[in-house]
Design a protein around this ligand. Structure first.
Ligand code: G4P
Length: 527
């Protein structure tokens, strides 16, 4: 038990989120370098799909390969065990990212100094704020010209709804970038422009009024820094750890990931303030990490890259107790015991079999089709982890079997891909036609390609004119029946049989909502 508490206290499980190109991959790599998990720069491949090569199949396959390797990157730093969970930046894979965010305890948001807050960041931070996930912001690329520091803070407050406290502050930027003043440690970090520095020149500076400041950064910059830090003290709140841990206050750091500048300060602060594994909510009760009985949930499923081996990797977030290899655990949805002989842990790009794992850890389980996203594993208790959402899709197509000899393969392939969370399948109630709904258009190509290569099945798509699919419910069974009858042609059910209303247009949705006030329309469904 003491051991379990100790293991929990050293763990920090987080995700880095950003709009593509802000520098997530570069920052991840620098963090791993500090942890000694990798030795050379360039070891972490970007998992992004290049924007120019739209829906190129090789890119999709490459992305899948890379994203298995980088799904979880663990490293040790200053006595802490840090798990970074990778989040795809591409908007068509946003659902993967949303689900991964259910498995982290905090996030670091990377912002490009020149671009400020971008749309993808806005969406992802919204999900974090809904869950009250603690957020640290890293403003990147200070070696380039960008927006003014105060304008960026305004952007964070207005577009992301964050209350911020800058813990470091830039001195100039672009050509004139001299470094940052680290308000958290009261140190001046000087940037040298000779490229990829690994060590920063750091000077203790408890009092910025010390005239020595001029000798380091020059008169004009010193004056400006004094004025700006004074303003910061007046306008922004002090760091309050409780507010941070409730998701109500976000520390902000400035730096340049590619130059490894400002990254160590970020990491040093992160290991000190970031939360240890947090409790998780289930439909039945709250699960605390210190409980001695093991529990966890599956937040991501990844198909094997090799089509000859149909097995998949299910990613398990451990929520309480100790997970042990070769031990029987209870698969709640299937109501059966299951044990794992080769649970896998991820250390940077290396995989290794683990004998035990603790709350906050992510373990990869080889799976031949037993798991769905959201499944719980326990020592016997029946609990269902909450908040692993399935979002209302925005793109739709009818899916038809293109090879009558392979209808079984198609059905199996579709079921498994839906279990993985690639897309959602709806069946229309009145004619049984199947509709695939996705968040991004790229998924249609992914599905067609994977059905062919992994299941030997072919499908065709046909256009369907739909605006949204929403899950519907109603407390009054009579009214609900009437609604379903009147809207018969728009009704479908999802893979779990839950009723879904298919709205042709925003107008139809709105008027249906108005005509049936007692029916609740949900834009997301918990798995
Ligand atoms: P992402 O994972 O968020 O999509 O971003 P990634 O790290 O791949 O970075 C996107 C681009 O920004 C890369 O350039 C990267 O080198 C650059 N970058 C990252 N940090 C900094 C920084 O601090 N300063 C500057 N000036 N650039 C930075 P690229 O040309 O797209 O790729 P590459 O050819 O350099 O790999």
């Amino acid at each position: 038990m003491a051991n379990l508490k100790q293991e929990i206290s050293i763990r920090r499980t987080f995700g880095i989120i950003s709009h593509p190109d802000a520098g997530k991959t570069t920052l991840t790599e620098k963090l791993l370098l500090f942890g000694g998990a990798i030795q050379v720069a360039g070891a972490v491949k970007s998992n992004k799909i290049k924007k120019s090569a739209t829906s190129d199949f090789m890119d999709i396959e490459r992305q899948r390969g890379i994203s298995v390797a980088t799904s979880v990157m663990a490293f040790e730093y200053r006595g802490k065990k840090i798990n970074i969970l990778d989040t795809p930046g591409h908007k068509d894979f946003a659902e993967d990212t949303y689900r991964t965010l259910t498995a982290v305890d905090s996030v670091i948001v990377v912002i490009d100094v020149a671009k400020g807050v971008e749309p993808q960041t806005e969406k992802l931070v919204k999900v974090c704020r809904m869950r009250k996930t603690p957020i640290i912001v890293f403003i990147n690329k200070l070696d380039r010209e960008g927006k003014d520091g105060f304008d960026l803070l305004d952007d964070l407050e207005q577009k992301l709804g964050l209350t911020v406290t800058p813990l470091s502050w830039p001195i100039g930027m672009g050509q004139r970038f001299k470094g940052v003043y680290n308000r958290y440690e009261k140190k001046l970090n000087l940037f040298s422009a000779h490229g990829k520095q690994t060590q920063e020149e750091t000077i203790e500076f408890t009092d910025l009024n010390n005239p020595e400041l001029e000798t380091h950064i020059g008169e004009a910059a010193a004056k400006e820094l004094r004025e700006e830090t004074h303003l910061i003290e007046e306008v922004y709140p002090e760091l309050d750890l409780e507010a941070y841990s409730k998701g109500d206050l976000s520390p902000v750091f400035f730096g340049s990931a590619i130059n490894n500048f400002g990254v160590k300060e970020l990491l040093d602060c992160f290991v000190e303030i970031a939360p240890t594994p947090l409790p998780r909510i289930t439909e039945e009760r709250q699960v605390n990490p210190e409980e001695d009985k093991f529990s966890g949930f599956i937040f991501k499923i990844h198909a094997n890259m090799d089509p000859k081996h149909r097995d998949r990797i299910a990613f398990l977030r451990i929520c309480s107790g100790t997970f042990e290899r070769n031990t029987n655990y209870f698969h709640v949805r299937n109501n059966k015991k299951i044990k794992f002989s080769n649970p896998t842990a991820f250390m940077a790009s290396k995989k290794s079999v683990v004998d035990e794992a603790f709350p906050g850890d992510i373990v990869g389980l080889y799976d031949s089709g037993n798991f769905k996203i959201g499944d719980s594993l326990t020592e016997g208790e029946i609990i269902h982890f909450k908040g692993i959402p399935s979002f209302s899709p925005e793109q739709f197509r009818f899916v038809e079997n293109a090879d009558p000899m392979k209808s079984k393969q198609l059905a199996k392939g579709l079921t498994q891909l839906m279990d993985e969370g690639v897309a959602q399948l709806f069946t229309k109630d009145f004619n049984n036609r199947k509709i695939i709904g996705t968040v991004g258009a790229l998924q249609f190509d992914v599905i067609q390609y994977r059905l062919k290569h992994e299941y030997g099945a072919s499908c065709n798509y046909e256009p369907v004119n739909l605006h949204k699919a929403c899950w519907v419910e109603c407390d009054d069974p009579v009214k609900f029946k009437e609604f379903k009858n009147r809207r018969k042609r728009d009704m479908a059910h999802d893979k779990d049989g839950k009723p879904v209303f298919l709205a042709e247009s925003a107008w139809v949705l709105k008027s249906t909502q108005e005509n049936f006030p007692e029916v609740k329309f949900h834009f997301q469904s918990d798995f």
